[in-house]
Ligand binder design. Structure first.
Ligand code: DAH
Length: 348
């Protein structure tokens, strides 16, 4: 048995010293020192020895094990250092090499227009608010004076999810939400940019588009406030010479209601192909908040009045940047999108 142990010692030392890497070393550890390793199995044979031999052999095994453990430790350290050195060499980075330039994205024209509008209205004391795109029939229509079966609903053919839920067809839905959420029924001054949906699909309409809504409620709000506000809004966006024209129209949630045209910014009102020779371009719906809407959403129409307006952001972006097809806005073609950075840089 003694010879057997000596033999194990000699071969194991030899093998451990020749281990090429940490993995091989750990295999060897299992082979010699593991639970089923060679030294351990020698210990198991001790029961067949004469009693006086047992302590001698036991001591020998322990000695060899200690020696081996020490050897494993030092070889492991050596191998670790070698590995680290190899890695450092292999993964050396030349910091002086030119980098792969990351291409900077550019802001989408719709977001540009939204940000410009937000900046303007925030500077006039408005809050920018949001509402759910999956809306209830109640907020999208009923609380805006459009009860079920109202003929004006036909203009907004919708994606219904359940009989009571739909993808909102207009950001006007948020008007009712803001009024209802205002517990003190205090004055309101908000704009609501956001996505809207209708069942439409042709060159100038998309099933998804963007609107921005405006709502002001306070004591003594008049049509003059609405006109002044829209003038500032349109001139900021489309140029100082922009003229506005209010045409009587109908929306269930405003009374009186208007469609608002702006003088054609391409020809200045003389008539061209953009404005179809009329000199005007229709851009907004607007009006004085209907007393029913105020009442239904908790505001006393005897005390308060308000104005509201809504406009399509896609059309606005198209006019502002001279984009001819609305679908470009949703294609995410980088060649299209990067042009607007350039326009900004040139101060257009
Ligand atoms: N929500 C209307 C639409 O999508 C636009 C509109 C008209 C909004 C008049 C208003 C408003 O706030 O007063 O056709």
């Amino acid at each position: 048995m003694k010879e057997q142990i000596e033999q194990i010692k000699v071969t194991s030392i030899e093998e451990v010293k020749n281990a090429k890497d940490l993995r091989e070393l750990s295999d060897l550890k299992v082979k010699y020192l593991g639970k089923k390793g060679e030294l351990t199995s020698v210990l198991r044979g001790m029961k067949d020895l004469r009693p006086e031999e047992r302590p001698v052999i036991g001591e020998l095994v322990n000695k060899v094990r200690d020696e081996l453990n020490e050897l494993f430790e030092s070889i492991e350290k050596e191998l670790q250092e070698a590995e680290l050195a190899r890695k450092l060499e292999e993964e050396k980075i030349d910091v002086t090499l030119p980098s792969n330039k990351a291409k900077r994205g550019s802001k989408h024209p719709l977001n540009r227009v939204i940000e410009e509008i937000e900046d303007l209205f925030v500077s006039m004391g408005y809050d920018v608010v949001d509402g759910p795109e999956l809306e209830t029939d109640e907020y999208c229509f009923e609380r805006l004076n459009l009860p079920k079966g109202h003929p004006a609903r036909d203009m907004q053919d919708s994606f219904y999810i359940t009989p009571e839920h739909l993808l909102r067809t207009q950001t006007s839905a948020v008007q009712a939400r803001v009024m209802m959420a205002n517990e003190e029924k205090s004055p309101i001054r908000v704009i609501v940019p956001g996505k809207t949906y209708r069942r439409e699909d042709d060159a100038t309409h998309s099933h998804q588009f963007n609107q921005v809504e405006g709502l002001v409620i306070d004591k003594g709000i008049t049509l003059a406030h609405l006109k002044g506000t829209l003038e500032v809004f349109m001139r900021k966006l489309l140029g100082d010479n922009t003229q506005l024209r209010f045409r009587p129209s109908y929306f269930p949630f405003t009374e009186p209601s208007y469609e608002v045209d702006v003088s054609c910014f391409k020809c200045g009102g003389k008539g061209c192909n953009l404005c179809k020779q009329t000199g005007w371009i229709e851009l907004l719906g607007a009006g004085m908040v209907h007393p029913n809407v105020l009442k239904m959403n908790g505001y006393d129409p005897e005390k308060y009045s308000g104005f509201a307006f809504g406009t399509g952001l896609d059309r606005l972006a198209m006019f502002k940047y001279g984009i001819t097809d609305m679908r470009y806005l949703y294609r995410n073609d980088v060649r299209f999108l990067t042009q607007f950075d350039q326009m900004d840089r040139e101060g257009k």
